[in-house]
Design a protein around this ligand. Structure first.
Ligand code: HEC
Ligand code: HEC
Ligand code: HEC
Ligand code: HEC
Ligand code: HEC
Ligand code: HEC
Ligand code: HEC
Ligand code: HEC
Ligand code: HEC
Ligand code: HEC
Length: 341
């Protein structure tokens, strides 16, 4: 690197720091002399002949530091990205430590050099992420996965979202200070855009406090893919629920079999018109499994002889069976075999 370039590199570093810490608007357009060589055009890139813009972000900022009225739509200024981790020059893995804007939009010389006649379209950048000119989903995702195919994305390939051709940017927004999908208060709205049924359920009388911003979809789901069913973060539903409802974990002296099997035997995790997220009201919920195996409908046979129709106050009202079988998730009492205590 020549001494001149080194000085330029330093100038850009100072400028980017200023932008990241929110003090200055980029001044590239105003003073092109101040801007610099691309941050880290590697020998490999040079050898392959790939053409990245000579002055990286400074090149793009000649035009994109303000809003642009394009032939198809209006484009916002592209400056908010400087407030995100992607612009951290000091992080060698970050786009702005590599080819700046073109780490994501691809080498875009043609776009930069384009001189369209009035009303004509400019040559596109190598990768466009949204709008009418968007590149194919596979091309867009390849960019993101080139840096992010790890951690949470281990099971992306073959996941329901990948199978249905979702782009990373179906959920993520890059040119904002804070991506709304990463914020509890704004994440669900994005998911509801495609999952209307879950929106309706969270509006029910009983619901996990999703609308209240205390629980989010990604507390239970990994939208990038999972080894379990329904993109759940745990292979078994029970393990997922124990994560926040530890008192239900057991083991108990007396287990209620359907509880150990799967909490969704009785609960709908997203919402319900019944109290406590129950799929059905008690006693109907219980009778789904127990009507055929005991004396529920009988008269004068046992403790349940005064089952529905025979007049016991205990079998009616909101609690019904729970008036007596109150420890429905299992019991640790020596005499709790029927979940009385
Ligand atoms: C000389 C001005 C100029 C420069 C330099 C420039 N652009 Fe653009 N860019 C535009 C204009 C104008 C548009 C609006 C679309 C059009 O006019 O065709 C645009 C549109 C875009 C779009 C949206 C394309 C679409 O169809 O939705 C992206 C992405 C983009 N530019 C990225 C870049 C990147 C990355 C760089 C730097 C490598 C860059 N631009 C440099 C003028 C410029
Ligand atoms: C050149 C590598 C690179 C590319 C390409 C890239 N990223 Fe990143 N990304 C990073 C690094 C580095 C970070 C910050 C460190 C971290 O969180 O691991 C980051 C952070 C993020 C974050 C967390 C942001 C935050 O506010 O905490 C999200 C979300 C993200 N990237 C999504 C994407 C998406 C979607 C794409 C494709 C449009 C993409 N990235 C392309 C390297 C990259
Ligand atoms: C269906 C919506 C959705 C899609 C599609 C999606 N993401 Fe995410 N992404 C999320 C959510 C929600 C979070 C927050 C996860 C959390 O907090 O557990 C997230 C978090 C992230 C993060 C930051 C957390 C981390 O892992 O460091 C990165 C990076 C990221 N996603 C990259 C990607 C990439 C790359 C793709 C495309 C292959 C992608 N995402 C596709 C919803 C999505
Ligand atoms: C981490 C990847 C990444 C980097 C780095 C990046 N972009 Fe983008 N760009 C995107 C994605 C994804 C979109 C789609 C809209 C969004 O998510 O904000 C986009 C959209 C755009 C658009 C269309 C405007 C719009 O409102 O949709 C322009 C213009 C653009 N980028 C220019 C730039 C410029 C200039 C830079 C460098 C300062 C840059 N981008 C850096 C990923 C990136
Ligand atoms: C408390 C944990 C939890 C939360 C929070 C949660 N889910 Fe779920 N979700 C589940 C479980 C468990 C299943 C599997 C349901 C089953 O097998 O009956 C599921 C299933 C799904 C399904 C598959 C269809 C279905 O209902 O079986 C979709 C789609 C879904 N969830 C979307 C969402 C969205 C969107 C959000 C955020 C608004 C969200 N979930 C929040 C636990 C949760
Ligand atoms: C752009 C549309 C879109 C967005 C945004 C989206 N999804 Fe999906 N999701 C789909 C499609 C399409 C499927 C597959 C078809 C289906 O099962 O509905 C799916 C499947 C799922 C499934 C698995 C359903 C099953 O039966 O196995 C879950 C869970 C899920 N999404 C959760 C989420 C969460 C959580 C978010 C937000 C972080 C989200 N989705 C955002 C479109 C979307
Ligand atoms: C991320 C933590 C978290 C996970 C995981 C979780 N829950 Fe919850 N759950 C909560 C919170 C928070 C509440 C509200 C507690 C309150 O209001 O006191 C709640 C409340 C409930 C309620 C009572 C609802 C009402 O209307 O009173 C039931 C039932 C429930 N959860 C079942 C489940 C089941 C079943 C699962 C697994 C599919 C699960 N939860 C997973 C956090 C979680
Ligand atoms: C056999 C049906 C059934 C199964 C299976 C079941 N529950 Fe429940 N659950 C109930 C009933 C009935 C209530 C209401 C109890 C009451 O009001 O006294 C309830 C209430 C709750 C509550 C709120 C009140 C409390 O006790 O904290 C939570 C949380 C809960 N269940 C979590 C779970 C978890 C976690 C699982 C899986 C490990 C699970 N449930 C499995 C029937 C069931
Ligand atoms: C998904 C099916 C299912 C549901 C719903 C269900 N149970 Fe059970 N229950 C079982 C199974 C299976 C057993 C263990 C096998 C057996 O003894 O019949 C059991 C055992 C019991 C026992 C102990 C039986 C014994 O022989 O000691 C009682 C009491 C009981 N359940 C009450 C209830 C009540 C009250 C409800 C409603 C809140 C309910 N169950 C809901 C499946 C269910
Ligand atoms: C007035 C109190 C009371 C109410 C209300 C009640 N039970 Fe029971 N239940 C008992 C007693 C007492 C036993 C026998 C306990 C023993 O033998 O140790 C029993 C036993 C059971 C058993 C295990 C034995 C068998 O008959 O298979 C099941 C299952 C059961 N009840 C389900 C229910 C269901 C479902 C409801 C609601 C429709 C209900 N019970 C309402 C008192 C009650």
């Amino acid at each position: 690197m020549s001494a001149r370039n080194r000085i330029r590199g330093f100038a850009v570093l100072v400028l980017l720091c200023a932008m990241i810490f929110g003090t200055a608007k980029p001044a590239f357009a105003a003073d092109p002399q101040q801007s610099a060589a691309p941050s880290a055009a590697t020998a490999a890139d040079e050898a392959s002949g790939t053409l990245y813009s000579a002055r990286g972000v400074a090149t793009c900022m000649k035009c994109h530091d303000t809003a642009i009225n394009g032939p198809d739509r209006t484009y916002k200024a592209s400056t908010s990205i400087f407030q995100t981790p992607h612009a951290t020059k000091g992080d060698a893995r970050a786009p702005f430590a590599q080819h700046d804007c073109e780490s994501c939009h691809g080498p875009s010389e043609a776009h930069v050099a384009s001189h369209p006649a009035p009303g004509q379209k400019r040559a596109l950048p190598a990768v466009v992420f949204n709008g009418p000119n968007a590149s194919p989903v596979s091309a867009r995702n390849e960019v993101c996965l080139s840096c992010h195919q790890n951690g949470l994305r281990m099971d992306w390939v073959g996941s329901q979202h990948q199978d249905n051709n979702l782009a990373c940017v179906s959920c993520h927004t890059i040119h904002v200070a804070k991506d709304p999908i990463l914020v509890k208060a704004t994440q669900p709205e994005k998911c509801f855009g495609c999952h209307a049924e879950q929106r309706a359920l969270t509006l029910q009388f009983s619901h996990h406090p999703v609308r209240e911003g205390k629980v989010v979809c990604s507390d239970c789901h990994n939208p990038h893919g999972s080894a379990g069913p329904s993109l759940l973060k745990k292979v078994r539903v029970t393990d997922l629920c124990y994560g926040c409802h530890a008192d239900k974990r057991g083991p108990m002296l007396w287990e209620h079999q359907p509880v150990r099997e799967d909490c969704t035997n009785c609960h709908n995790p997203h919402g319900s018109v019944n109290p406590r997220l129950l799929k059905e009201k008690v006693p109907f919920l219980c009778l789904d499994c127990h009507a055929a195996t005991n004396d529920m409908g009988g008269v004068g046979v046992s403790v349940h002889s005064n089952a529905p129709g025979s007049g016991s106050l205990y079998l009616y009202g909101d609690r019904s069976c729970l008036n007596c079988h109150s420890q429905i998730h299992g019991s640790n009492s020596p005499s709790g075999s029927t979940f009385f205590r």
